[in-house]
Design a protein around this ligand. Sequence first.
Ligand code: MN
Length: 198
Amino acid sequence: MKFELSELPYDLNALEPYISRMNLELHHEKHNQTYITNLNSRINGTKFKNLDLETIIKVADGPVFNDAAQVWNHIFYFEGLKPGNNTLKGPFADVIKRNFGSVSFFKNSFIKAALSLFGAGWVWLVLNPKGLMEIIQKSNAGNPLRIGLIPLLTCDLWEHAYYLDYQDKRKDYLEAFWKLINWEMIEKRYNKFTARVD
Ligand code: MN
């Protein structure tokens, strides 16, 4: 399977002022494209060549895993955002409250996990096999599917995700990220999983 760069669900300037067009363009069209190009060349002629991305993530190791997981993580990250100053409300806010006590405790916990990750990686909101939410950190290309967790939301903590806009101020990037979360998409991912286990 030859992988191609997926289209963003919004324009390159649509996340401004929180993420600039320049930062998003570089992130999507250069960084993510490089992972795709490298993945295609690594799997060409190997046992991975006809597998879908999710399967490669679950079974591959080393450079093939790294590139495949980075491609998957980026698609998931970009699809989890949408333009605007978005807030979490309605029935899904109640689900978050059931898991974390309050929306503000959830936000603080997520941001704390994101700030305390050393180096490059991702912070994730996931569902464990019992259907309970957890916040976890993953270094480098780490992906929760590897360990049987269902990803609901992720934030890219590689410096390329925010350095043009925020330099070393990761906290400012996280506050901006929070305003861009597409809660309807996160709820959809949650509902898809819970419908499957019911
Ligand atoms: Mn990235």
